[in-house]
Design a protein around this ligand. Structure first.
Ligand code: SF4
Length: 431
């Protein structure tokens, strides 16, 4: 858990013209760090290993966040750098080299190794980019070694994925000169969701379609000026920028949460491929209709319920849009760690006028606002959930939204269920 000191007092500011007012806060924040992303990324890239270069605290975080993996051969570990001064840096590099050599010997199946930086001062002194370049020379071409930072000083928990994917972009091969345009879906999705989207894109005649990250690091997709890309997650700013620098073009859209979001997201790709409205409806109509019907049973349970989001995953704004528009929930406050106006340009105007949008955090003030509002459900990080439950509020852990398949038509009802379940549990406790 990462707790940051105040930088400046909160202030109210006007958002973009069509968006609600934004309250910008730069006080203490309570969020997980970017190391947490390893928990879902190591499942997604099946031949990658994540070596955290960090402290015992980092090792504890990763072990407890990924505790469910005890029966599997792990593909993450922590190289613990004990207290060293600058004079000990040569030793630290030697130690890192020894750890990597042992890992390579024991795990020949690993094709991609990420050295993941953290925030202890001993680690900050280490130049992991240089270490990755040095080690790459030793192990190339059988093992590719990259680095990124999951440090809590620089990242909230979903930004670990952004940093990881951004580190992959320079490794993507150039486009084949004779190829036409291709679609790249950017952001880690559960395999089941990826397969569903692949089928829908096929039915639409949109393709070839590739996913970043790929399931195997040896299948890195090409990127270049004929690449059109869709963001599957709203927290991938650095990755998007790196792709644009490679000449790829972002297809702006809602994020694929709920029926409306999924339809708009697919439509953005369909439009880029010149698919007619009739062909679009024919391809997605059945899945969309099924999804609308599945959501229906949650309208009574969730309609009119007031929801408060603490800033954590950066999924908050698309989630609030889905819950307000498709289930008639009332987002009282929607907090987000960072507000990327460009990537959220389609989302922001769809939030209700009554919603307070807040960026950053000043946790004590936000807790006061939350208690004053007494919402029916609060979405927050693990560190805030228990204290809020103890005061009688019902909570939903935001991290669950990253571990659960929630994107696409088939998952819209599952997403609604994630919010209905804590309310049902609370109602039972109160009987
Ligand atoms: S990277 Fe920093 S915030 Fe994250 S677990 Fe390690 S010490 Fe804690």
């Amino acid at each position: 858990m990462n707790s940051m000191a105040p930088l400046e007092a909160g202030r109210a500011a006007q958002g973009c013209s069509s968006a609600p007012t934004v309250l910008r806060q730069r006080g203490q924040r309570e969020v997980f760090c970017g190391l947490t992303g390893i928990v879902w990324l190591h499942r997604k890239i099946q031949d990658a290993f994540f070596l955290v270069v960090g402290s015992r605290t980092c090792a504890h975080l990763i072990q407890s966040a990924a505790g469910v993996m005890i029966f599997a051969e792990p593909r993450f570990a922590t190289a613990i750098m004990d207290e060293r001064d600058l004079a000990g840096l040569a030793d630290a590099n030697d130690e890192l080299d020894r750890i990597v050599a042992r890992l390579v010997e024991r795990r020949p199946d690993i094709k991609l190794l990420f050295l993941v930086g953290s925030c202890p001062s001993e680690v900050i002194k280490l130049d992991l980019a240089r270490a990755a370049a040095r080690l790459s020379k030793v192990y190339s071409p059988t093992l590719r070694i990259l680095n990124y930072s999951g440090s809590g000083i620089e990242t909230t928990f979903t930004q670990g994925e952004d940093a990881c994917l951004a580190s992959l972009v320079p490794e993507l091969p150039a486009e084949d000169g004779a190829a036409g345009q291709s679609l790249l879906v950017v952001g880690a999705l559960a395999d089941v969701v990826e397969d569903q989207f692949r089928r829908l894109f096929n039915a639409l005649g949109v393709g070839p379609v590739h996913f970043l990250p790929p399931r195997r690091s040896t299948d890195l997709p090409a990127a270049g000026p004929r690449t059109r890309f869709l963001l599957a997650q709203p927290f991938l700013n650095d990755t998007a920028r790196a792709l644009e620098e490679r000449g790829a073009t972002l297809l702006p859209a809602l994020f694929p949460l709920g029926v409306e979001g999924t339809t708009a997201w697919l439509k953005a790709a369909a439009d880029a491929w010149g698919v007619s409205d009739a062909a679009f409806d024919a391809a997605v109509g059945a899945a969309r209709t099924r999804s609308i019907a599945a959501l229906d049973k949650y309208k009574d349970q969730l309609g009119g319920k007031r929801i408060f989001f603490f800033p954590d995953s950066q999924l908050e704004i698309p989630l609030a849009r889905f819950l307000a528009r498709e289930l008639a929930m009332q987002p009282v406050e929607v907090g987000t760690p960072y507000l990327h106006q460009q990537h959220l340009a389609h989302e922001l105007p769809l939030l209700p006028d009554t919603t307070l949008l807040s960026e950053g955090q000043d946790v004590e003030r936000q807790l006061d606002r939350c208690h004053a509002e007494t919402p029916d459900i609060v979405v927050c990080g693990l560190g805030l959930a228990n204290p809020l439950e103890a005061t009688g509020l019902t909570t939903k852990w935001s991290i669950e939204l990253l571990f659960t398949p929630i994107q696409g038509y088939e998952q819209a009802a599952d997403l609604a269920e994630l919010f209905a379940r804590p309310l049902v549990r609370r109602a039972r406790l109160e009987v």
